[in-house]
Design a protein around this ligand. Structure first.
Ligand code: GDP
Length: 522
């Protein structure tokens, strides 16, 4: 009973966007609404140093509140909100994808002046393949941007998801007057630097609002809205929760404008922690015994501190500090004692946590990404995390051939850990490593040097489009540098295409060959 109540309160989500769309600004405004920070102001979370910290660290420094780079939690109304960071810029890596396996919904921010951008597409694909509900916030309405209809069309076309505008903007940039909040049936008036105001639809005709309703832009938009009501898709929470429809909100994170209505509606609609798939069927979050899985392991870059933190998503039961659990992969019992820290709104050690919460546990090199921890005797494991298709590929060798033993050991372990993906060229065996972001190579190089004492040489073969083959034997003469044949760790063949053109050319010539996109199958 107690656990069920806690589950009902939890809302765990990530914000996805392309760099500069406004993720930091929106996050800060959400914190303001949660009353975690009192004064507003723009946080310029620009990075410094090689291993850039998250924008949230900047918020932390500037505001003196405790948020960490990875997970933030705060109370909002009756809810307990957990926001997981999905780093962009130079921090973008496979971990960013993996983080999305630990959330129950996602907020996608789109910059109205730019439309959909590259990083958003990648992150969106992961959400789509996991069936994660997506809520869209179209930002920067205080600037001249693209037409709202054109933006919705682009989302539907490029991302292949139905849209439902929860609100509809009146003008933009200097002509921006506000939004029709279709959900709450009110007009939200933009008052520049002043706070927004709310006018219920049935009060719009009152004398004091005549300036507004007589405005030509307002009247045009009213007509547009009528069309939308008649011809647009219907809202369906079921479709939203299946990930087939995205509610779209227009606003400005900076002003801030429309943030409150967006967040109130989002937080009510966003799903609570769901039952999750395991080897023994679905496990309900309300289940008495604690269980969870590890979705990310962060190694310390400081050579004198080799400790690592494993990020665990609680999926069922109640976590209590000091409890004994077993690791599904090995059956070993582990006591989760003093060393784990709650990666959340305070740096203190966490005493308890519930489904939807994320805890950081000290990793004495015992865990792997995807590991399940369970309290009690039951045996099951949460579904393995999918393999995400890398985009950047480099050939890797040891600088000193005498070090090939350490080289192989380090390579094997870091690949095992999920730091990087390993492929071998075929039939000429050479190591090729694949990554989602450049940061992974930096971490790899650094750890090979510091932990395995091996200098490596990386030779880029550029951005590639990987497609897996559904065959055990292939005619090697069909492949060359433009469509490079390699094997993954399981021995499956895949082709690294130089570009879209090479991919289409090949597919055209070999129509009977099935080329599999990992984003489509997981
Ligand atoms: P992030 O990289 O996604 O975290 O983006 P930031 O939150 O750092 O925002 C990038 C830039 O866009 C900053 O200069 C912000 O001040 C600006 N910005 C964010 N939201 C808005 C908005 O609603 N309107 C305008 N005009 N600028 C915004």
């Amino acid at each position: 009973m107690h656990i069920a109540e806690e589950v009902q309160k939890r809302k765990t989500f990530a914000i996805i966007s392309h760099p500069d769309a406004g993720k930091t600004t929106l996050t800060e405004k959400l914190l303001l609404q949660g009353n975690l920070i009192r004064s507003a102001g723009t946080v310029k979370g620009k990075k410094s140093g090689k291993f850039a910290t998250s924008d949230w660290m900047e918020i932390e420094k500037q505001r003196g509140i405790s948020v960490t780079s990875s997970v933030m939690n705060f109370p909002y109304k009756d809810y307990k909100v957990n926001i997981l960071d999905t780093p962009g810029h130079e921090d973008f890596s496979e971990d960013t994808y993996r983080t999305l396996t630990a959330v129950d919904s996602v907020v996608m921010i789109i910059d109205a002046t730019k439309g959909i951008e590259a990083q958003t597409i990648k992150l969106f694909k992961v959400c789509k393949m996991r069936g994660i509900p997506i809520f869209t916030f179209i930002n920067k309405m205080d600037r001249e941007g693209r037409e709202p209809l054109a933006l919705l069309e682009q989302i539907e076309e490029v991302l292949d998801i139905e849209t439902y505008p929860m609100n509809w903007p009146v003008g933009m940039g200097k002509r921006f007057l506000g939004i029709f909040d279709r959900h709450q049936k009110q007009f939200v008036k933009f008052n520049g630097n002043e706070a927004e105001s709310y006018i219920p639809y049935d009060e719009l005709q009152q004398a004091e609002h005549q300036d507004l309703v007589q405005n030509a832009t307002f009247q045009e938009t009213e007509e547009e809205l009528e069309l939308l009501d008649e011809a647009g898709d219907n809202f369906s929470l079921e479709s939203v929760l299946r990930g087939d429809q995205t509610p779209v909100f227009f606003g400005s994170a900076l002003a801030p404008f429309g943030v409150q209505t967006f967040f109130d509606t989002f937080i009510d609609m966003a799903p609570n922690p769901n039952p999750r798939k395991t080897t023994e069927g679905l496990v309900q979050p309300e289940k008495e015994e604690f269980s969870g899985f590890i979705f990310k392991i962060q190694a310390n870059m400081n050579p004198s501190h080799r400790d690592r933190v494993a990020f665990l998503r609680v999926c069922s039961g109640k976590f209590e500090r000091g409890m004994s659990v077993h690791l599904a992969r090995t059956g070993k019992t582990i006591k989760l004692s003093q060393t784990q820290q709650f990666v959340a709104s305070s740096r203190d050690t966490v005493e308890e946590a519930y489904p939807g919460d994320i805890i950081g546990i000290y990793d004495p090199n015992a865990y792997r990404i995807g590991d399940t921890l369970i309290e009690g005797k039951e045996k099951f494991a949460y579904d393995e995390l999918p393999q995400f298709p890398p985009e950047l590929f480099k050939r890797v060798t040891a600088k000193n051939v005498m070090k090939s033993k350490q080289f192989k050991k380090g390579l094997e372990q870091l690949v095992q850990e999920g730091a990087i993906q390993l492929f071998t060229a075929y039939p000429m065996e050479s190591y090729i490593i694949g990554a989602v972001g450049e940061l992974q190579y930096q971490v790899f190089e650094h750890r090979m040097r510091n932990e395995y004492n091996v200098e490596i040489v990386l030779e880029s073969i550029g951005e590639r489009i990987p497609r897996w083959l559904d065959e055990e034997k292939v005619d090697t003469t069909l492949f060359d540098e433009r469509n490079l044949l390699v094997k993954d760790r399981e021995g499956a063949f895949l082709v690294l295409f130089k570009n879209d053109f090479a991919l289409r050319w090949f597919q055209d010539k070999h129509k009977d060959m099935k080329l599999i996109d990992l984003f489509e199958v997981n």
